[in-house]
Design a binder for this molecule. Structure first.
Ligand code: CU
Length: 72
């Protein structure tokens, strides 16, 4: 299965703690790999196995108190 490269916009990150939280949140989801969170650009890059995993990632980031949206 080829994983899909994804970039999400993430609002609400103001410091390294925030980006670290988003990083850990994404790394804790099965089916998501190669996570890179860019605090300055307010973006999160990762590979997702399926689009369901992308939805899960957005949901988990929002649960953590940030605001994620896809960059279609
Ligand atoms: Cu912070």
């Amino acid at each position: 299965m080829a994983s899909k490269k994804v970039t999400l916009n993430v609002e609400g990150m103001s410091c390294g703690h925030c980006s670290g939280m988003v990083q850990k949140t994404l790394e804790g989801i099965d089916g998501i790999s190669n996570v890179f969170v860019d605090l300055d650009a307010k973006k999160a890059d990762f590979n997702a196995d399926t689009s369901t995993h992308i939805d899960k990632a957005i949901e988990k980031i929002n649960d953590a108190g940030y605001k994620a949206s896809n960059t279609y």
